[in-house]
Every structure is written in structure tokens, then in C-alpha cells.
Design a binder for this molecule. Structure first.
Ligand code: PMP
Length: 397
């Protein structure tokens, strides 16, 4: 056995022992409220397909129609150019977000990585919420900028760090935050952040990965719901969650977007999105814009489920969101609960470190606008029963 084999084997064994080993399991119908795993039908609480659009016939038809123009886009956009539909989509995104310009990326991970590493230089300071997504963290690391991590959703701490950075004589300042925190479902205090941005002459970038499609009059995101969009410099978001497709965008004024087009390595050195995806996103964008009824259904269903758990004695976060975390603590207990839920027909996976901080492993429930209300009631009863039998009711919160 080589040194590598031995070390990797030992690492995997350690992960297993700590309840942190992950594996892939085949499922079918992941785009729908009930999926099938190993022949068993499970109600799906692990998807980000909040509006149920991933299975929408209008999107699938649009993808099929666009695929007739080619299976792939053949090269980086800066080498080969882009077809008309791609340009049209970028104009539609900018119009929807109320910005001068928008730029597509392959996915949200690459958007954050490319944008942050292009904008920030080692002389700059970046202020990042403690619970920001891994793609933001990785983009910051790649940039070499000086990082100031502020306590989760704590504008006072952020202000303290902004003052500290001014004393330290940094060049430029950028505040970056998720608008909806994916593992907790809570929202960033964007009004306060926008005010701090103004007072300290910083720039503000938001990640609407989980806010897009879900919040705002036309699903624009939390920035529009809170009416702070004109004070945000860069709005980033994905088409892989509520839109049900794939891909991501960054929207902002012309100069910023032009700069990113010229400097974002995850855009420059990669192939453009395939025509089918572009067609699918355009159809999804129009469904999202006209989707207030879907948003209403999503919030009604998620509120009812939360209420049932709260009445049964679970400590449930008060914010209204399609993401509900049941924080259990240790990874092995969380895994056990997730497995017990699966036996009862519920697909709600354990979220463990390093995705969440140590000691805060949790079951995360994500809701869909097209979840069946009877299924949801039955699942809430099951969660309550299992939580009680495992002695979790007082502990979770
Ligand atoms: N940002 C956030 C907040 C996310 O939750 C995710 C996806 N987990 C991403 C970015 C990455 O998006 P994508 O899946 O499109 O790469």
C-alpha cells in the first residue's frame, strides 16, 4: 500500500468514526415533492427547488426547444461570443433586478469565487458574515484581501470592524453577505448593512442564492423586499434553487459588470452555459416573475409545518422562511434521526460540520410550493413522534 493509500484510508476511517463520512446515494424524481430512494417513496425536504419549478413542463419544453441550437456552447464566451438568447437573458436579468447590467456565470459557486477574487486585492478589506456560504469564503481566500469576519447578523460588530479597518489604513472596503442563510433560513439585516456601507464608504455585495424567486414582489430577492436594491453594488444569485434550473448571475452597474467580464477567471476560462440551460432559465425567470401565488403557497405550507412543531414543544426559529433547521448538536445523533425519518418515509438529510459549525449538526427541512398539504401534516406528526421518542424535544432549538 502506498503512503497515499494509507493516509487517505486513515482519514476516511476518522470521518466515519466521527459520524462525518458522506456518500452519494442514487435517487429518482429529486425535482419533485416526493422522490424515490432504494425503491422507497420519500417526501422530499432536501431540495432547494422551493417553487417546484424544476419539474415544470414550460421550463422543460423551453430547454428542449433551445437544445436544438446545439448541445453545448463550444467555447468560452470571450473566445466564441454568445448566441442571441444569452444576450437577451442577461438584459432580462438586469431589467428584473433593476440594474444597468448583468452577467451570467456557470453556477453560484463559480460566480462568488470569480467575483470576489477579481474585485478584491491584498490591499483591500472584506467584511464577511460568519455564516456566509463556502463559495464566498473561498472567493475571499483566493483574493488574498484582509478579511474581517463579523458575528452572524451583527451590524454592531461589523461597525466595530469597519472602524478598526479604517484605523489600519486599508485601501477599499467591501461588505458581503448571504441574504438568506442556507443552513438557518434567517435573513440578513440588509437595511443596517446598507447604512453602514454608506457611512463607512464601503461597497456591498449580496448573495441571493436562497432569496431569489422566494422573496420580493417578482421574486427578485430580499434586497427588493426590503427596498435596498439601489444601495447594493452587486447582487449575485443562482438559477439552481427556486428557479429549478442551473447557472448564476451577477447584476450591478455597467462599469462593475464590465470589469468583472474582463477579470473574473471563473468566467473567462470556462465554457458558456449550454443553450438548453439558457432557454430553461428564461422560461423559469418569467414563471418566477409571475409566481406570487407559488410564493404564497410556499410560505403557507412552511408556516403550518413550523407551527405544528412549535405547538409540540420544539424550539423553532421565529423567522418566516422556506428553510427550517432542527439543531440537534452532535453529528451521530443527527444522522440517527435522519435515518429514522427515512424509515418513516421522510427525506431530510443531516447537515454536519464543516457545512455548519461544530456542535450544531442539524436536520434541515426545505419546503416546496407544491408539497402536498396532507403529506406535510403527516410528516410533521412523524417528526414530533420521533423527536419525542428520542428525547429531542427539549434539546432542539
Ligand atoms: N451561495 C449560496 C448561499 C448557496 O447556498 C449556494 C448553493 N449551495 C451557492 C452560492 C452556490 O450555488 P450553485 O449551487 O449554483 O453553485
Amino acid at each position: 500500500m502506498s503512503d497515499w493509500d494509507e493516509c487517505l484510508g486513515a482519514e476516511l476511517h476518522q470521518l466515519h468514526r466521527r459520524g462525518l463520512l458522506r456518500s452519494l446515494r442514487p435517487v429518482s424524481d429529486a425535482a419533485y415533492p416526493a422522490l424515490t430512494r432504494e425503491g422507497k417513496r420519500l417526501i422530499n425536504f432536501s431540495s432547494n427547488n422551493y417553487l417546484g419549478l424544476a419539474g415544470h413542463p414550460r421550463i422543460i419544453e423551453a430547454e428542449e426547444a433551445s437544445a436544438k441550437r446545439g448541445a453545448g456552447s463550444a467555447a468560452s464566451r470571450l473566445i466564441i461570443g454568445h448566441d442571441e438568447e444569452t444576450g437577451r437573458l442577461e438584459r432580462e436579468i438586469a431589467e428584473w433586478k433593476g440594474t444597468e447590467s448583468a452577467l451570467l456565470f456557470s453556477n453560484g459557486y463559480m460566480a462568488n469565487l470569480g467575483v470576489l477574487s477579481a474585485l478584491l486585492t491584498p490591499g483591500d478589506a472584506v467584511f464577511s458574515d460568519q455564516l456566509n456560504h463556502a463559495s464566498i469564503i473561498d472567493g475571499i481566500r483566493l483574493s488574498g484581501a484582509k478579511k474581517y469576519i463579523y458575528r452572524h447578523n451583527d451590524p454592531d460588530h461589523l461597525e466595530m470592524l469597519l472602524k478598526q479597518a479604517d484605523r489600519e489604513g486599508v485601501k477599499r472596503k467591501l461588505i458581503v453577505t448571504d441574504t438568506v442563510f442556507s443552513m438557518d433560513g434567517d435573513l440578513a439585516p440588509l437595511k443596517e448593512l446598507a447604512e453602514l456601507k454608506r457611512r463607512y464608504g464601503a461597497a456591498l455585495m449580496v448573495d441571493e442564492a436562497h432569496g431569489g424567486g422566494v422573496y420580493g414582489p417578482e421574486g427578485e430577492g430580499v434586497t427588493h423586499m426590503l427596498e435596498v436594491h439601489d444601495r447594493v453594488d452587486l447582487q449575485m444569485g443562482t438559477f439552481s434553487k427556486a428557479f429549478g434550473v442551473y447557472g448564476a448571475y451577477v447584476a450591478g452597474n455597467r462599469k462593475w459588470i464590465r470589469y468583472l467580464l474582463n477579470t473574473s477567471r471563473s468566467l473567462i476560462y470556462t465554457t458558456g452555459l449550454p443553450p438548453a440551460v439558457i432557454g430553461g432559465i428564461r422560461a423559469a425567470l418569467s414563471l418566477v416573475r409571475e409566481g406570487s401565488q407559488l410564493r404564497q403557497q410556499l410560505f403557507q405550507k412552511s408556516s403550518r409545518f413550523r407551527e405544528k412543531l412549535r405547538e409540540a414543544g420544539f424550539s423553532i426559529p421565529s423567522h418566516s422562511s422556506p428553510i427550517l433547521p432542527l439543531v440537534i448538536g452532535g453529528a451521530p445523533e443527527t444522522l440517527r434521526l435522519s435515518e429514522a425519518l427515512a424509515e418513516q418515509g421522510i427525506h431530510a438529510l443531516a447537515i454536519r460540520p464543516p457545512t455548519v459549525p461544530p456542535g450544531t449538526a442539524r436536520i434541515r427541512f426545505s419546503f416546496m410550493a407544491n408539497h402536498d398539504p396532507a403529506d406535510l401534516d403527516r410528516c410533521a406528526d412523524t417528526v414530533i413522534r420521533l423527536g419525542e421518542s428520542m428525547g429531542l424535544v427539549e434539546q432542539v432549538g
